[in-house]
Write a protein that binds this ligand. Structure first.
Ligand SMILES: [Zn+2]
Length: 514
């Protein structure tokens, strides 16, 4: 008595089909599992045994062997419970091969036989489609995410008994089929903005920097006293980034699905997210990994904004390890038990107070000593500052700014997004076929190639290079940012006002003196 059932194994944010084979043989009662099962998969024996017993389909007191293949892929998580249970029922000849043919099963079992949600259903259904599987039976709560994949029937099951009756073709028993019209979802969310820039009082410099940041994918640091609006502005940046394509939506949803962070009933993430991890989070929570493969905050912020508030409070090695995803747009996790790769292409936005109390240079409020201020700022390491293209100091909000915003004169997010989209279009055309996506991607030789300066502009740059004793890195950074400012203006050539504005967003040595 032998059976074969299909399920899926996660590899990063993708999946491959896995065959679950069950064999029931005479002999002393035993249950063995082979094919690289992780600890949670090994525990499924007890859950499957109890679930089948409690719905009145008890496992025989025989020698049961489960094989998960391919064996060279490590199997993690609880999603193998359901396919193991189904393969045992088939090996018991309670189900025929015909009744489970062309179907994929995934889900965790509770002891009473209920089917519980699992991580990674979207990529598993996507892999089913690639391999020509016609129908996926998934936990009811996960069915919406599976339903965004075309050409595959996604059914939601809430307990193993109703699934069994459905497979047996019991009269009147069906499992709900889910379908999501992704085009409709995308068009409905197109002009929706959760937080609007029109609500931000004053702080024109910071808003302008946020616009440049979104337009050229330049990392941004906002410094200023508490209440100046650093978080308020940062939260509004995802809303002015260009709308997401369907491929981006699927990719971002897959990351959230694999992380188990997709809200219940959510089919597809259609707008850019704002990841705001607390400074006390662990390195595994930030970068991904841990005892099991798991995407971290850098991957949840994929195609969106990673916001680090109170930057000096973050552990230094966490900040330093952001270098890999910032350069490679993905993160590679190597552990003894597994290795995993997740996408991590995020826009880095940071915020910090100017001193430990937050009110420097307002000496009426700030009592911090110079060494305290130096030490506090010194916690932000050079390598991360090197990766920040735009730096803006915010002042406390003035009463006149609040009054002005009441009149509704602030420019709205949708209008800003149009400007960003135009600037992105110019970058797309300029870098067609080069693999470069944004101005912020340019290295120094590419900056020389794509951001050629006229004679007066070159002279202007030589001048400030001398005056501000810039490093070569800082010099190229100003030119890259000026390219984005020119793109926002719709200008093919970079002019002196573009360079002058870009230079004003330079993190000043005076501020960071150690
Ligand atoms: Zn202070």
């Amino acid at each position: 008595m032998y059976s074969k059932i299909t399920t899926g194994a996660l590899i990063g944010i993708h999946a491959i089909p896995v065959t679950v084979e069950a064999d029931i043989a005479a002999g002393l009662p035993a249950f063995s599992m082979v094919g690289s099962p992780g600890s949670e998969v090994r525990e499924s024996r007890d859950r499957v045994w109890a679930a089948l017993k409690n719905v009145g389909l008890p496992m025989p007191a025989s020698h049961i062997t489960i094989n998960l293949s391919p064996a060279d892929v490590r199997k993690e998580g609880t999603s193998y419970d359901l396919p193991i249970a189904i393969s045992i029922l088939q090996a018991m000849e309670l189900l025929t091969p015909e009744e489970t043919k062309d179907k994929l099963f995934v889900g965790e079992l509770g002891l009473s036989g209920e089917i519980k949600p699992v991580r990674g259903v979207l990529p598993i259904v996507q892999s089913a489609r690639e391999y020509g599987i016609k129908e996926c039976v998934v936990p009811l709560e996960n069915a919406p995410e599976g339903s965004v994949v075309p050409d595959v029937v996604t059914r939601g099951a809430s307990d193993i008994m109703s699934l069994y009756n459905y497979l047996k073709g019991e009269h009147g028993v069906s499992l709900p089929v889910f379908h999501t019209d992704t085009d409709k979802l995308l068009s409905e969310s197109k002009d929706r903005v959760t937080f609007d820039f029109s609500e931000v009082s004053g702080q024109e410099d910071a808003k302008r920097a946020a616009l440049i940041s979104a337009a050229g994918f330049h990392s941004l640091l906002l410094t200023g006293p508490p209440g100046a609006g650093k978080t308020m502005i940062s939260k509004r940046i995802p809303g002015i980034m260009p709308g997401m394509s369907i491929d981006e939506c699927l990719e971002v949803t897959a990351v959230h699905s694999v992380a188990g962070m997709l809200p219940p009933g959510k089919a597809l993430i259609t707008s850019r997210t704002f990841q705001n991890p607390h400074h006390t989070l662990s390195k595994a929570a930030m970068m991904g990994g841990g005892s099991k493969p798991h995407p971290g905050a850098v991957s949840l912020a994929h195609r969106s904004v990673l916001f680090l508030d109170e930057l000096p409070e973050f552990q230094r090695d966490i900040i330093d390890s952001l270098r890999q995803p910032l350069e490679e747009h993905r993160i590679n996790i190597q552990r003894a038990a597994y290795s995993a790769e997740y996408p991590a292409d995020f826009l880095l936005v940071c915020a910090m107070n100017p001193c430990p109390c937050g009110y420097y240079p307002d000496r009426n409020k700030c009592t911090c000593t110079e060494p305290m201020i130096r030490k506090y700022r010194g916690k932000v390491s050079g390598p991360i500052l090197d990766r920040i293209d735009l730096c803006v100091q915010l002042n406390a909000v003035k009463i006149s700014d609040i009054k002005q915003s009441r009149t509704g004169s602030g420019i709205g997010s949708l209008e800003l997004r149009k400007k960003v989209e135009r600037a992105r279009k110019m970058q797309e055309e300029r870098y067609k076929g080069t693999g470069i996506r944004f101005n912020s991607d340019l290295n120094s030789s590419e900056t020389e190639k794509y951001c050629r300066l006229g004679e007066p502009e070159s002279e202007f740059m030589s001048d400030i290079y001398e005056k501000l004793s810039l490093s070569a890195r800082a010099y190229h950074r100003i030119i890259r940012v000026s390219r984005t400012i020119a793109d926002l203006d719709g200008c093919a050539e970079i002019s002196i006002p573009h360079l002058a504005e870009a230079a004003s967003y330079r993190p000043s040595d005076d501020y960071w003196r150690r």
